[in-house]
Design a protein around this ligand. Structure first.
Ligand code: IPE
Ligand code: IPE
Ligand code: MG
Length: 239
């Protein structure tokens, strides 16, 4: 598999749609939750590799606004897995100098998850290596509507003049206000769609879709995606 070229730029921000856990489990005759559990190993490998390669931000799509439609048992399994992962891996995040952040409608998550997230965010807040952003109960349309609502409220009170609104101002109202836009978007397991992920932010991201299922995704797959990114000619509408 191709490896990144040390003479070419590494993407500053990589966003990943971690898909295919269910298919991975089904192929082994296992329940879907086993696919999610195996996917947690890929998360750890990916964030260590990103830190070592010099990627600054890694945003992982862990649970979409639409994923609440899944059977209750699967939702519960995912939420339990998340709490366990954070609890168990916080020392590893510290060791690897990773700072945790989250985006999404967090108030919809079970209290236990919210508490664990707050704890890990607080504990890792001064780490200055990789920033790991987990998208949880995240939907890009909801995020954009939330931003529009806040802007309208501020316009009503006169805090902002609608005539001054431009894309840069608008971005400051999104959950990702403090983050640069992703340079590279990876989707695993072959699906060619965005599934309500970072619609605004990926305007000029390079997209790499791999057939590899998320639980099989390892450092070499990440490196191959970065190598592909390095071969792209980003034009941003210019020449
Ligand atoms: C991705 O894997 C994880 C989440 C969406 C939470 P899926 O659960 O979507 O797995 P497939 O797509 O059914 O294989
Ligand atoms: C996208 O995967 C959401 C996450 C990876 C968390 P889905 O499996 O939910 O997306 P669709 O349903 O295939 O579009
Ligand atoms: Mg899926």
């Amino acid at each position: 598999m191709a490896a990144p070229d040390p003479n070419k730029a590494i993407p500053r921000h990589i966003a990943v749609i971690m898909d295919g856990n269910g298919r991975w489990a089904a192929a082994r005759g296992l329940p879907r939750r086993e696919g999610h559990r195996a996917g947690a190993v890929s998360v750890e490998e990916c964030l260590v590799a990103c830190g070592e390669l010099g990627v600054r931000y890694l945003t992982l799509y862990a649970f979409s606004s639409e994923n609440w439609k899944r059977p209750q048992a699967e939702v519960t399994a995912l939420m339990t897995l998340l709490t366990h992962f954070l609890k168990e891996k916080t020392p590893r995040l510290m060791q690897n100098n990773v700072r945790l952040q989250v985006i999404g409608q967090l108030a919809k998550l079970p209290q236990r998850n919210q508490r664990q997230l707050r704890e890990t965010i607080e504990k890792t807040k001064d780490n200055d290596g990789l920033t790991l952003v987990v998208a949880l109960s995240y939907g890009s349309r909801e995020e954009i509507v939330d931003a529009a609502r806040r802007l309208m409220e501020e316009a009503k009170t006169g805090a902002i003049d609608p005539a001054d609104l431009d894309p840069e101002t608008f971005s400051r109202y999104l959950h990702t206000a403090a983050l640069p836009d992703p340079d590279l978007l990876i989707r695993t397991s072959g699906e060619c769609r965005v599934s309500n992920f970072l619609l605004w932010q990926i305007s000029y991201a390079e997209i790499v879709i791999t057939e590899t299922l998320w639980p099989d995704f390892r450092r070499e797959h990440l490196e191959a995606a970065i190598a592909e990114y390095q071969c792209r000619h980003r034009r941003f509408g210019g020449l």
